[in-house]
Design a protein around this ligand. Structure first.
Ligand code: HEM
Length: 551
């Protein structure tokens, strides 16, 4: 008996050695390929587009109907839909809009009725997240209808959320499971079945997520799910790229999961694993954040680390349960690898967190921040459970502990998996929350207004365009654009709601011909602004209008 076992002991050690050599080779390829793969995905670093200004301005009352509408965003956008709702509520789609980087401009139908009109827009930012909104303006007098019409479409939001969650499960439990099979332990049949199921679920999630993205991008209702336009719109966004790479990764994964192991199976599993990292690095506000040479590899690494950890949990539990030597060997190999994986996971997560949140207050005064806080709470619990497993149960189970101890370990792994599901559900909410970095950048965007009164015109700019201390500047000219050179300019800002007293500041002429003044506009909203042009009461002229101050 012993001789036989001595020979097989050596073979097992050689096999184990080859296994970890293969695992090491796979990790090495992943790390070396990383910068090149991510550079291929890099786009111009962008945030989450927000509307900076509109012509006519939001809530503006015009004497005559405009001929063109112009929307300016905080970054270049892709226009998905644009419509105009009349005071009667009748809505027409506006065709032929010109998109020039950050500006969207379109001619409006002639004979616009008196009353309030709503421009409704849906655009997609570089991070693939659709943004919708509206601008109200009135011809003659405000009529109070139509509404903004940008209430969230809950059925579509639920479809976006659930398809993202299913995609995560396919990537992490399905493809992650393959990494376990290739690097830790060839699959037991039960584990292989589970991995196949999650790979199929992931593959099914791809078309659903594509249509959901398209519906959200177009602002279409769930009824348009099977419309080719919805799918085309989804594919046009960078999330379409994520889904394309994910689909290929799931197919490679399924091929590996149906092959009986061997070198080809390991290579296919490795490619599928790399593809999982690439897919999430291809879109999303973390990947689109500057500096992309850091954020895209960080999302790639974060995804691979999550996939390896989460994907190992189920097969490991099944391997341990049997109480066989293979299960103990798998546990030892997993325990040896996981500290490095967690290091990569936490390091990449912290980097992304710092890039996205920037100011600690944003953790508690933004929806994104609260999602991160909730996630970190759950992840801390998860790490506690994992630590308990590692330090109180692993030595015993790896040493051949009895069924009761093994069952306790499997139970803890079950709790880890339940927590992972919660973490992924919480993370899927990030799809609906612009990162603080984007809100801060949007808030820093200037607010611009064009004032015309009598023979004078002025372009007034507030930096930043949000409530608080601002630097106001004005470029003055006649209405036919001949620059003027008055002896003095005074800025007067009045809050129509009377929440704060008017703000009056004498302007100073700057080298570039602009008049500038520092002022404090403590409340957001639509402010009256006028410029007193001239230096004595006799020849004083006034040019006035309104300007939007953001929160
Ligand atoms: C200390 C640990 C961690 C930190 C600091 C962290 C932080 C982050 C941050 C800041 C992002 C970028 C989100 C964005 O702006 O789009 C992110 C993405 C993500 N994290 Fe973590 N994370 C950690 C651990 C985990 C764990 C344990 C899991 C799963 C079990 C996880 C799952 C995810 C997923 C699925 C994404 C989204 C990737 C995407 O769709 O682009 N994270 N994480």
């Amino acid at each position: 008996m012993r001789v036989q076992s001595h020979g097989s002991g050596i073979r097992r050690r050689i096999a184990a050695g080859c296994q970890s050599a293969r695992a090491l080779a796979a990790v090495l390829v992943a790390v070396l390929a990383l910068p090149f793969l991510c550079l291929g995905l890099a786009t111009e670093a962008r945030a989450h587009a927000t509307l900076v200004s509109a012509e006519p301005a939001d809530n503006e009352v015009l004497q005559t109907a405009p001929t063109r509408l112009t929307l300016r965003f905080s970054e270049p956008v892709k226009l998905m839909s644009l419509s105009l709702a009349a005071p009667t509520g009748e809505t027409v789609a506006l065709k032929g809009a010109e998109v020039d980087g950050t500006d969207v401009s379109v001619a409006v139908p002639a004979n616009m009725a008196e009353g309030t009109h709503a421009i409704r827009y849906r655009i997609v930012s570089a991070d693939s997240h659709p943004v919708g909104g509206s601008v109200l303006f009135s011809v003659g007098a405000p009529s109070g209808t139509p509404g903004r019409g940008d209430a969230p479409d809950w059925p579509v939001a639920a479809l976006v959320f659930s398809s993202k969650l299913l995609l995560y499960l396919g990537l992490f439990v399905g493809i992650g499971g393959l990494a376990y099979g290739a690097a830790i332990q060839p699959f037991e049949s039960a584990a292989r079945r589970v991995v196949r199921v999650f790979l199929v679920l992931g593959l099914v999630a791809v078309p659903v997520a594509l249509a959901a993205q398209g519906l959200d991008a177009l602002g279409a209702s769930i009824g348009a799910f099977f419309q080719p336009d919805s799918w085309a719109a989804g594919a046009e966004t960078s999330f379409g790229r994520t889904l394309g790479i994910a689909a290929v990764s799931f197919l490679l994964g399924l091929a590996a999961a149906f092959l009986p192991g061997g070198r080809i199976g390991t290579v296919l599993a490795g490619l599928s694993f790399l593809g999982a990292g690439l897919s999430l690095a291809a879109s999303g506000h973390a990947s689109a954040a500057p500096p992309q040479w850091a954020t895209r590899p960080a999302v790639f690494l974060h995804t691979l680390a999550i996939a390896f950890w989460v994907g190992s949990l189920l097969p490991l539990a099944l391997a341990i349960q049997g109480g066989r030597e293979e299960g103990r060997a798998a546990l030892k190999r997993f325990s040896a690898a996981i500290p490095f994986v967690l290091l990569a996971l936490v390091a990449s997560g912290v980097l992304l967190g710092v890039v996205q949140v920037r100011e600690p207050d944003a953790l508690f005064d933004t929806a994104y921040g609260w999602v991160l806080v909730a996630k970190l709470g759950l992840v801390s619990l998860l790490l506690l459970l994992a630590a308990a497993n590692r330090w109180s149960l692993t030595p015993a189970v790896a040493g051949g502990a009895d069924r009761t101890v093994r069952e306790r370990m499997v139970g803890l792994i079950g709790m880890e998996l339940a927590l992972v599901l919660l973490v992924l559900a919480v993370v899927a909410f990030w799809r609906f929350t612009p990162p603080p970095r984007a809100l801060q950048e949007a808030a820093r965007q200037p607010a611009v207004a064009y004032l015309v009164t009598g023979r004078l015109a002025a372009e007034v700019t507030l930096r930043p365009g949000r409530a608080g201390p601002v630097e106001a500047s004005a470029a003055l000219s006649t209405i036919d654009y001949v620059p003027i050179d008055p002896k003095g300019v005074t800025f007067v800002f009045t809050d129509p709601a009377g929440r704060v007293p008017p703000v009056r500041q004498a302007g100073v002429r700057s080298g570039n011909g602009l008049w500038q003044a520092n002022a404090a506009l403590p409340v957001p909203g639509r402010w009256q602004v006028w410029l007193e042009v001239g230096d004595n009461r006799v020849e004083l002229e006034k040019v006035e209008g309104t300007i939007d101050v953001r929160p």
